[in-house]
Every structure is written in C-alpha cells, then in structure tokens.
Design a protein around this ligand. Structure first.
Ligand code: GLN
Length: 304
C-alpha cells in the first residue's frame, strides 16, 4: 500500500482546521517554539517512508522517551520491574501526586511521571552512563541517526521541576528510589530533552510493529511477548487520562509528549509520528489526535 497520497489528503484536511491549544509553558523553553509547525512521517513495515509538512524539524520528544527507557529496563529486568511500578491506566494527569501517596509509592504505570522516574532510576542501576546509553539505544533503533539533547530545554525543565522533585522525594520515602533526587532528575530531564524529527522518530519505533525486531540494525530488541506488553501499555496508558479517548477515536497504540510529538504504531503495518506543538487541556497535541483519527478512519484499519 502506498501511504503518501492518504497522508497528504489527511494532512491538508487537518491543516485547514483552526489551531487550538496551548504550548507547554510549564517548561518555559517549550513555549518558544513555532506553534504552526505541523509535520508527519509514516514508515511502513517494508521501511517505505511517507511524509508531509515539517517532518524534518527536530522537536523535544519529552514523554515519548519514556517508551524507550521502559523498553531498555524491561528487556534487562523482565518481570522484576513490575515490583516497582504497576501496569494500570491512572485516569489522572501525568504529573499527579495524590495517587502516588495513597497507593504507597507504587506508580500506576511507567508513563505517568512518577512511573517514568522509577524506570529512569532502574536504568541508572543497570548502566554506568545511563544518559549516553539511552541516546545510543534510541539512535540504534532508528538505524544510527545521531540523537542529541537540547541543553536549553533540559535546563529549563530542571529549573521548573518542583512537581517531579516532589514525586521523586515521595518515591524515596516509600523506598522506591535508589539514586539521589538530583542525579535522577539530571538523567530524566536529559532523556526528555532529546530532540528528533518525525522521520527519525517513526523509524525508531518500527521495531514495535515488527514483533520487537529492528530491521535497521538487524537485532532483536524485545521478544514477541514483551513487544505485545509494551504496545498494550501504550494503548492503555500512553495518553494519560485521555487514553480511553485515544483508543476510542484512533485505535492505535501510541505515546504523546508535551513537546508536541505523538508516536503511534499499528503492529504488522506501520509506525507514524506527528508533530504539532499546541496541546489540549490533557497535555496531548490536539491536531495530532485529529490527524491520527482521520488517518485510521480513512484507511479503515486500526488495532480493532
Ligand atoms: N518532561 C516532562 C515532565 O516531566 C514530560 C511530560 C510529558 O511529556 N507529558 O513534565
């Protein structure tokens, strides 16, 4: 199937919609990006690329990096990982603290911030240089394209990280954090501040459509069963308290980031990245959700 034509058709329909939404100004540096950026790239199972608009503009991947860190931790630790973090949708915003307190320091899932902090902590125990290993891993998944961190975005988040700091201290009080809060936030903000464009991002998720096998470097990243579980978590928890709506409207497994990116996968078929910075009140890029909804509607295929 040639996806280029349909990508262009959906792109122009969504482009014509008025821009709604708000940039993620709680990380000041993210509020300075051009809100009109709109890029899309789809990579099919054969590696064919269909793209449109600003697909080569690098952006801050933010919470999308939580999938890659989860894959790194899960592939090494297996079921032991689930002693420290649960696999249930949270029904709460990504930075909610109350749930962590009344559930005794075990985050609901790896994609809300407290869960992602636990995953980052695990990676720091697994590797001496966690920051470099994460970048190297993501680069390998996309076939060797270099992966860089935007130091201004990292610094900006570090200066405004009171909530993540509070989550980390709460985790510490429940003995669910091994490293110091400062060291943890250094690594966490580093991987959130990684920049990629839609093309690189879509390529780097292709292995999740292919039973965990990365075609770009011919390696098995995850076995079939673990791949199924990562995709299940993206479906049920990838959009926080809007995960149900995403499954309902779009029907793909995916993950958003407050930098304006969304990645979505249809196992056996394709991965697709969309970049459009303005966010809806749940912190998900609004136009990207319309784009993906229209795409699966027009294609007539989804997970369901
Ligand atoms: N780095 C951001 C944070 O911790 C990531 C949030 C997101 O993309 N949803 O708040």
């Amino acid at each position: 199937m040639d996806y280029q034509e349909i990508i262009e058709e959906v792109y122009s329909e969504v482009l014509a919609m008025p821009i709604e939404g708000k940039l993620a100004d709680y990380i000041p540096e993210l509020a300075s990006v051009n809100p009109n950026y709109f890029g899309v790239c789809l990579v099919d199972k054969h590696g064919n690329i269909a793209e449109c608009g600003d697909s080569n503009v690098p952006f801050s991947i933010q919470s999308i990096s939580k999938v890659q860190t989860l894959v790194m931790a899960y592939s090494k630790m297996g079921v032991d990982l689930w002693k420290r973090v649960n696999v249930e949708p949270s029904g709460n915003p990504f930075n909610n603290l109350a749930q962590l307190e009344y559930e005794n320091g075990i985050p609901r899932n790896p994609f809300i911030n407290p869960g992602a902090l636990v995953i980052t902590d695990s990676i720091m125990s697994l590797y001496d240089d966690a920051k470099s290993e994460i970048k190297q891993f993501i680069s390998n998944m996309s076939g060797g394209d270099p992966v860089v961190v935007n130091p201004k975005v990292k610094q900006s988040e570090l200066e405004c990280s009171s909530r993540n700091r509070a989550s980390a201290y709460l985790l510490k009080s429940y003995k669910n954090l091994t490293h110091s809060v400062d060291d943890l936030l250094d690594v966490y903000t580093d991987h959130c501040a990684i920049e990629m464009d839609c093309r690189q991002l879509a390529k780097s998720f292709l292995y999740l459509t292919n039973n965990g096998h990365c075609n770009y470097n011919n390696t098995r990243v995850l076995d079939k069963g673990l791949t199924k579980r990562i995709n299940a978590l993206m479906l049920t928890c990838g959009f926080y308290d809007e995960a149900g709506e995403f499954a309902f409207r779009v029907g793909l497994a995916g993950k958003s980031g407050v930098g304006g990116g969304v990645i979505a996968v249809l196992p056996g078929e394709f991965s697709v990245a969309v970049y459009t910075p303005p966010l809806n009140p749940k912190g998900n890029p609004r136009k990207a959700l319309y784009f993906l909804e229209l795409l699966t509607t027009k294609l007539g295929i989804s997970l369901f």
